[in-house]
Design a protein around this ligand. Structure first.
Ligand code: MN
Length: 264
């Protein structure tokens, strides 16, 4: 068996070298301008990134350049661990340092709702919509990432990305029953989105508030936000590698999300 596995890895490297498999970066650049979520004023805010130079080939360090990072765990393209939500606080292996690393690799199921989101920024993915996708592409396997392709990553300004109105943000997400279906009936790894959070912009007004966080993390599932380049992925057949920093007792972390996909 070990020979067979070694052969699979050798084949993978050969296919990468031959350009038969594309390495697709699903990550947004992480900089001082990276947009973070806005919360109502009664809640504590998470800071975006500040990069402070330690030295840059100068008297502070003549041959080396390095910086200090200051940022919230949930900045830019980032991972939500189950402990992030109160519903997941007592689960085993619920922090960034204790999640088994096997869970950092999984197949991608990409559900394209771009046209729906163009019609309504408040679009919610439903169970019916997932089942229609499964009719076309097959059942979502256990341990898959469900990636919600909305076209939202084309909104590059902070205003368009957060899309806040006087009544709060308007951005797409998941119907509560859909989150429950994906977590319990399909046993997914989690959901990935192009928006700033894995709940819809209006989800603070839902019952319960933020039902996708509530359900996913309460069932030990993960989230990834602010993904880009989902339009480069096939509906099925890509592999996602998404490993957060091993922050001790971390609730999440920025990460580099990589997909391996057969060359079209
Ligand atoms: Mn988060």
């Amino acid at each position: 068996m070990s020979n067979g596995a070694a052969h699979v890895l050798a084949q993978l490297l050969t296919a990468l070298d031959a350009g038969q498999i594309n390495v697709i970066d699903l990550t947004t650049p992480l900089g001082a301008e990276t947009t973070v979520i806005d919360l109502p004023p009664m809640f504590a805010l998470s800071p975006g990134l500040t990069l402070t130079e330690i030295s840059r080939y100068d008297e502070r360090g003549p041959a080396w350049y390095w910086n200090i990072l200051n940022l919230g765990e949930h900045t830019g393209t980032h991972f939500d661990a189950p402990v992030h939500w109160v519903t997941g606080k007592d689960l085993p292996n619920n922090t960034t340092d204790t999640i088994p690393p096997r869970k950092f690799i999984g197949p991608a199921c990409v559900i394209d709702v771009t046209a729906d989101v163009e019609q309504s920024a408040d679009f919610l993915l439903t169970v019916e919509r997932v089942q229609a996708w499964e009719q076309q592409h097959g059942r979502i396997p256990a341990g898959a990432w469900v990636l919600l392709r909305t076209g939202w990553s084309r909104r590059t300004s902070k205003e368009a990305f957060l899309n806040a109105g006087p009544d709060g943000a308007h951005s797409p997400g998941f119907d509560k029953a859909c989150s429950e279906f994906l977590a319990k009936e399909r046993d997914v790894l989690g959901v990935g989105v192009e928006t700033v959070g894995t709940d819809a912009g209006q989800a603070g007004t839902f019952n319960p508030p933020f039902p996708n966080h509530n359900t996913m993390h309460g069932n030990g599932k993960f989230g990834i936000t602010s993904l880009v380049n989902l339009e480069l992925l096939p509906p099925t057949g890509a592999l996602v590698i998404a490993a957060p920093l091993k922050i001790v007792d971390g609730s999440g972390s920025p990460l580099r999300v990589i997909a391996l996909a057969p060359t079209a």
